[in-house]
Design a protein. Structure first.
Length: 166
């Protein structure tokens, strides 16, 4: 493989805009590549870390497998408690939507659990949110409505089978 060319630090703001544009054009691979170039130059750039995480989860829509390990590593690099909780919620919400689209009964149970996990993270984010920022509350409501609209329920534990001894 050829050596990759390094992005100049002064080009980071424009590159971040371009990555976001590619995400909005539903081209997460291009956004991912740009974010990796930014992180090569500025490894703790929070906007690039978040955009990369979102680009990875955009791939759920396309049916690509996304490594939970990679997503969790990115989430651990987010420095603010609010954003870490909020984007962990987003990650779980997007996984839930992908499961729901699969349509099987088992996937519906998994979707329910993932939506509930997302809602837990959104509650954590809501507790530490900046003044005037209700994004986590809005996401929580979205998850609740999806659960209700799709009549999702938790998996019930099966009753133990009792053996009769004669």
């Amino acid at each position: 493989m050829s050596d990759l060319k390094s992005l100049h630090k002064d080009a980071i703001p424009a590159a971040l805009e371009k990555a976001e544009r590619y995400r909005l054009l539903n081209e997460p691979g291009e956004a991912e590549s740009i974010c990796l170039d930014i992180l090569h130059v500025d490894s703790e750039n929070q906007q690039a870390i978040i955009t990369l995480l979102l680009a990875l989860t955009d791939r759920f829509e396309k049916g690509y497998g996304v490594s939970d390990t990679q997503a969790k590593e990115l989430l651990s690099r987010i420095t603010t408690e609010y954003e870490r909780a909020y984007y962990t919620g987003i990650f779980n919400e997007r996984r839930a939507k992908a499961k729901l689209r699969q349509g099987t009964p088992d996937c519906r149970f998994q979707a329910y659990e993932l939506f509930r996990e997302a809602m837990t993270w959104f509650e954590k984010a809501e507790a530490v949110r900046p003044l005037g920022n209700d994004d986590a509350l809005l996401r929580w409501n979205t998850c609740a409505r999806i659960i209700e609209r799709n009549k999702l329920v938790p998996r019930h534990e099966e009753e133990p089978i009792e053996f009769l001894l004669e």
